[in-house]
Design a protein around this ligand. Structure first.
Ligand code: ADP
Ligand code: ADP
Length: 236
């Protein structure tokens, strides 16, 4: 049930004569159902790792496999196709489009699917995703008619609608008060319990501990990795 496998990944940024290793020697396996929290100080490489996992950027060296497919040999179009198929993104800033209704925001990524989805398949997927975040009654609202917590739930619905293999989540509570932050984290926990694979970056120690796997990055390297025992498989 290996979903993603990173082998000896490095990412180096070069400007003028300066080389910055944002990531070095990263080996990581993500399995279906994992709930990973990436933490560590600013500049540690968290954003870089998340954008590589999301196929938004390519490593300088090493290999990235998703569902057994070696992504390094693929062109940009093929990578975008894999991204659309497998990855759901959730950002701190929601990234909803103000001019579009909630429904159309959630539908938008589905309209880029290859092969194209039928309108009725899109409608069904959007309704199901909005129901999952309990926002079906807001389908015709515009994002700016909703609270921050509600907007983040719409963003989660947008990520879920494509039935992704993994949710990549960047500081999901960064723009929320603690009540709405708690509600969004409760929702992510519930999704993971139902089987959704999650990889999340958060600074918020109140929430980091909820993830089953803790990964700490410092200066581009994994300095700590711990995976809680799966209670379901503890036999003794
Ligand atoms: P974090 O998300 O943990 O704060 P980042 O992944 O953003 O860390 O950055 C890791 C390192 O890579 C930092 O030293 C940062 O300055 C550098 N870096 C990130 N993006 C770029 C870029 N586009 N150009 C040059 N250096 C970058
Ligand atoms: P919740 O805690 O359920 O996320 P709030 O208690 O913050 O929601 O808001 C209650 C209602 O007020 C929401 O259903 C939303 O429609 C409306 N609302 C909240 N914040 C805003 C806002 N910034 N702009 C417009 N409407 C808002």
């Amino acid at each position: 049930n290996t979903l993603i496998s990173l082998k000896k990944i490095a990412k180096v940024y070069r400007s003028q004569n300066v080389e910055t290793y944002a990531l070095k020697n990263i080996d990581l396996e993500v399995h279906q159902g994992d709930y990973i929290c990436i933490s560590g100080p600013s500049g540690g490489g968290k954003s870089t790792l998340l954008s590589l996992l999301g196929l938004l950027d390519s490593p300088s060296s090493g290999q990235y496999f998703i569902k057994g497919i070696d992504t390094s040999s693929l062109d940009m179009d093929k990578q975008a196709e894999l991204r659309n198929l497998h990855i759901g993104f959730i950002f701190q800033s929601f990234n909803l489009i103000d001019e579009l209704s909630v429904f159309d925001n959630v539908a938008l990524p589905l309209t880029y699917r290859e092969p194209a989805m039928s309108q009725s398949a899109i409608d069904n997927a959007v309704k199901k995703a909005l129901a999952e975040v309990e926002m079906g009654h807001r389908a015709q609202h515009k994002p700016n008619q909703l609270s921050g917590g509600q907007q983040q739930r719409i963003a989660i619905a947008r990520a879920l609608a494509g039935n992704p293999s993994i949710l990549l989540v960047d500081e999901p509570t960064g723009n929320l008060d603690s009540k709405n932050g708690d509600a969004v984290m409760d929702l992510l926990d519930a999704l993971n319990q139902k089987g959704t694979t999650i990889c999340m970056v958060t600074h918020d120690l109140r929430y980091a501990g909820r993830a089953k796997t803790q990964l700490k990055l410092l200066d581009g390297e994994i300095i700590a990795y711990s995976k809680a025992r799966d209670t379901a498989s503890v036999a003794e």
